[in-house]
Design a protein around this ligand. Structure first.
Ligand code: HXC
Length: 514
């Protein structure tokens, strides 16, 4: 056959496969507000950068008449491309082909691109849109998931792994996203659950809609399974691109530097924190007052809001922020906020990203609910994560740093490299009211006017302990600084830490309080 005929034959084969599950299935996909798998990849990646592999792969199933069915590309698209010129490996499940269900060859395609990403040390992006294990392929489907989970774990901390939930992600399938670093969800499109509403109704007799069980908002606000929430696929893709711009390609690189830029004038650091320590403020304004272009990329925005985490740039270099949020529950540490901070600290540590901590908290949240929910175990994760992290650690104590909260939030004792405190910082075992009530109990009770005496003792305690100077006199705080000096000192601290080199004792791995 002449070459031009062979080329035409190739083109025709390609065109047929690129139709996926066919026009009807594509129409159904569009009616749900969803793009097709290939459209999603082409929208997300740099124009013209995508190369698809394994287009011609077919399933090998023979039971249930499967030999009579063709499943183009076996319901998943894999390939490589770039985002803002950064190389990425990507797969996207094609719901138009057998509901994007995962059979043997489908899983082999995914593991092939996962292996490639790990070998090439480039980020992996997985777009999930699937009815789960392909029922007709039985144990081969389960094996496929196991192979994916194993590789997710192997790649953890080596290359960034992003999971994008753009359709159903049901049953055991949810555990791949759960093993990856960042999960993205989209309103009305993402559905994530172990057992669906029908099973719940049959087994437990409870009625719940798919949206209320495992919709985008549920995972963004309630479970914390999702790190990024978007209202549309387009918004979601913008979030992915932005994240890729902040993180390095692998644990062997640093994030790419950007052109340095001053914060916007709208965020005046001297005006953010109220003089009265009982009044709240939004700690994100403090972060925006110190980062380049006031561009703070928040992660887990809707979950455990008493803790703020995310990326920004200091003089062009990516840093991770961990900050108590005084406008939510006074910024206390509790079960969820501990989990949120600890995991992010480990992410930054694995990927060579310096950690900047802003401290303002009354301590760990007291109460039976928290104790019984395991605040001891979860709270310990923060101590573990900070202690273990060897990236540059810079801590700024803005206001309250009481008790266990003082120690946990990146203190010198967990090996912060720089600890700065603002002049309004209160570093003590507990808040002045509680402390005075305990240590001056007898004097207060015996006084003619107990209230007056209490106030006097609170003031006495504040004058003695609720300031940064005791900690500074011991060297636990390196410098007491004016708020307006913060950015300059952070730039300096990050730049002089560039060559930081510390080693932990040799071990296979630690046993963190998972
Ligand atoms: C084979 C499947 C499938 C599956 C969907 N399809 N899920 N085929 N195996 N798991 C097929 C359908 O038969 C249909 O084929 C096409 O995909 C589209 O599905 P619809 O049901 O028409 O779509 P929709 O109404 O949008 O509903 C989507 C859905 C539903 C909610 C995901 O299909 C569903 O409940 N599927 C089963 C989910 C599930 O229980 N999966 C197994 C989980 S257990 P046709 O030919 O009609 O177009 C699991 C174990 C993994 O995953 C364990 C790993 C550790």
């Amino acid at each position: 056959m002449p070459l031009d005929k062979k080329i035409r034959e190739l083109q025709e084969k390609r065109e047929k496969i690129l139709l996926g599950g066919g026009e009807k299935a594509i129409e159904k996909q569009k009616a749900m507000g969803k793009r097709t798998a290939r459209e999603r990849i082409l929208t997300l990646l740099d124009k013209g950068s995508f190369n698809e592999y394994d287009l011609f792969v077919e399933h090998t199933a023979r039971d249930f008449d499967m030999q009579t069915k063709s499943l183009p590309s076996d319901g998943v698209v894999i390939g490589t491309g770039t985002i803002y010129d950064a190389p990425v490996a990507i797969y996207a499940q094609d719901f138009t082909v057998a509901g994007g269900s995962l059979g043997l060859m489908h899983s082999r395609k995914i593991t092939k691109i996962m292996d490639h990403a790990l070998k090439m040390r480039i980020p992996l992006i997985g777009i999930n849109d699937s009815g789960g294990a392909r029922i007709q392929e039985g144990v081969d489907s389960l094996a496929g998931y196991g192979e994916i989970f194993f590789r997710n774990t192997l790649s953890s901390g080596v290359i960034p792994q992003l999971s994008v939930i753009l359709g159903p992600c049901a049953g055991g399938a949810v555990y791949s996203p759960a093993l990856t670093d960042f999960v993205f969800v989209v309103e009305n499109i993402s559905k994530m659950f172990i057992t669906g509403p029908e099973v719940i109704k049959t087994v437990l007799g409870e009625e719940i809609s798919m949206e209320d069980l495992g919709g985008a908002w549920v995972h963004s606000e309630t479970t914390g399974n999702a790190h990024f929430y978007a209202e549309s696929e387009d918004q979601c893709f913008e979030q992915i691109k932005k994240l890729i711009s902040f993180i390095p390609w692998s644990n062997e690189n640093k994030a790419r530097p950007f052109e340095p830029a001053e914060p916007l004038k709208d965020f005046n650091i001297d005006d953010i924190v109220p003089d009265d320590a009982r009044l709240p403020y939004d700690v994100r304004d403090v972060i925006k007052a110190v980062v380049d272009s006031s561009d703070f990329f928040e992660i887990h925005k809707n979950w455990a809001r008493n803790m703020v985490i995310g990326f920004g740039r200091i003089d062009g270099n990516t840093v991770g922020f961990v900050a108590n949020q005084p406008i939510e529950m006074a910024g206390v540490l509790d079960v969820d906020s501990s989990d949120k901070a600890a995991r992010f600290i480990r992410y930054c540590d694995a990927f060579n990203i310096p950690i900047i901590t802003f401290v303002d908290l009354p301590g760990y949240l007291p109460g039976v609910d928290q104790e019984h929910a395991g605040v001891i175990r979860h709270g310990a994760k923060v101590l573990y994560a900070y202690s273990e992290a060897t990236v540059p650690k810079i801590t700024v104590i803005i206001r309250k740093a009481y008790g266990g909260g003082y120690i946990a939030m990146g203190s010198r004792h967990l090996r912060a490299d720089f600890v700065f405190a603002w002049p309004g910082a209160e570093i003590a075992v507990m808040g002045p009211e509680g402390a005075a009530n305990i240590i001056f109990r007898r004097e207060i009770a015996a006084a003619d006017d107990p209230d007056k005496m209490r106030k006097q003792k609170v003031e006495e305690y504040k004058a003695k302990f609720s300031n940064p100077y005791v900690a500074a006199s011991r060297g636990y705080v390196d410098s007491v600084i004016e708020p307006s000096e913060t950015r300059k000192l952070l730039i300096h601290a990050v730049s002089v830490s560039d060559n930081k080199s510390v080693f932990l004792p040799k071990k296979k791995h630690g046993i963190p309080p998972f």
